[in-house]
Write a protein that binds this ligand. Structure first.
Ligand code: FAD
Length: 308
């Protein structure tokens, strides 16, 4: 896998070989990628994907790496880090490159007194990652406010509507294919700045109680399960009741302030994180008869990373 034919300069694309993936994830875990490219423009992304398709190279896309667990032996193939970060405000709409931080979109909305995205304050990661997983908090998610999403489907750029993306709880159709979010448009409404500040302050204070800032974690490891009667239960509560907070394996353990977070306390391997996750799942199955489903995307190769 050479990628020597890529012709763009460093302002558009940076290529590294045998690059450790750990620093590109909030867990701080992950061995080397054969090749890692950081793409700064739509054109660079298109060129890289075209090359990957024509050389039949598998790829892994990373945004903020805040919902990702990569194995200790890394990734055989190409890692694409999305750095397409443009952002513009047009009336009550914000258009952002998929590599822009979701937090920057929230900040732009606040500065322009545009309401509707307050729920997203302090959700880490990029616009692209948020769209793919329909990130949300406090009962709302990005799918509720997005009006257009530009995708790279194969080598073609296509604009899609939210209906086409099939947003649901922590889900979009992008989880079923390898289409790449390039840009998203959000529809907000003119709002009252002081009221927005008040709501964001409340949300931020609630999140601060989880003591999550600066932690090596990927946030909630499991989705909140939806029961047969349609009711959603907080996985964190089930885990807390099941005594999950005491679980620890090597450098990985459950967060003392949120039973659905696994934390890399230092030097944890991906395998240790998965062992913690397996024990969390087992305890909830045993105590509540509910099988939790992973929210974090796990990229591991069982033949190389070993058994969990
Ligand atoms: C402390 C903490 C708190 C969190 N709180 C919340 C919360 O309240 N609500 C919530 O929903 N999430 C939360 N998360 C999880 C995480 O922030 C979200 O899932 C976030 O949207 C992931 O974005 P990312 O750019 O980091 O994605 P990454 O982790 O980089 O990638 C996640 C997945 O999305 C794919 N992906 C990334 N970019 C693109 C793209 N441009 N096109 C297509 N696919 C793409 C990747 O291939 C991967 O499969 C939290 C995480 C942490 C660490």
């Amino acid at each position: 896998m050479a990628f020597d034919t890529l012709t763009l300069d460093r302002q558009e694309l940076v290529l590294k070989r045998a690059e450790p993936i750990a620093p590109y994830t909030t867990f701080g875990i992950g061995g080397p990628a054969d090749v890692l490219v950081e793409v700064y423009t739509e054109r660079a992304l298109q060129q890289v994907v075209r090359e990957a398709i024509s050389t039949r190279t598998r790829w892994l896309l990373i945004g903020g790496g805040s919902n990702l667990l990569v194995g200790d032996t890394g990734f055989r193939g190409l890692v694409i880090v999305n750095r397409i970060e443009h952002l513009s405000v047009n009336g009550a709409r914000i258009v952002a490159g998929a590599g822009a931080d979701l937090g920057e979109v929230v900040e732009a909305a606040r500065e322009n007194s545009l309401s509707g995205i307050e729920f997203a304050i302090d959700i880490p990661g990029t616009v692209g990652g948020a769209i793919r997983g329909n990130a949300g908090a406090f009962g709302r998610s990005v799918g509720d406010i997005s009006t257009r999403v530009r995708l790279l489907e194969g080598t073609e750029l296509v604009d899609r509507t939210p209906a086409e993306l099939g947003f649901a709880y922590r889900h979009s159709n992008l989880k079923l294919n390898d289409h790449i979010v390039v840009e998203a448009e959000f529809q907000l409404q003119p709002g009252d700045r002081s009221e927005m500040d008040r709501i964001m302050g409340q949300h931020a204070a609630q999140r601060a109680r989880r003591k999550e800032k600066g932690l090596h974690t990927a946030g909630c490891f499991f989705k909140n399960p939806i029961l047969a009667d349609g009711q959603k239960v907080a996985a964190g509560q089930l885990l807390e009741a099941a005594g999950a907070k005491e679980i620890r394996e090597g450098g990985a353990g459950v967060h003392a302030y949120h039973a659905n977070y696994i934390v890399n306390h230092g030097g944890a391997s991906a395998t240790e994180v998965l062992r913690v996750a397996r024990e969390m799942k087992r305890r909830v199955e045993e105590s509540a008869g509910i099988t939790l489903e992973e929210e974090v995307m796990v990229v591991m190769d069982p033949t190389r990373d070993g058994a969990v």
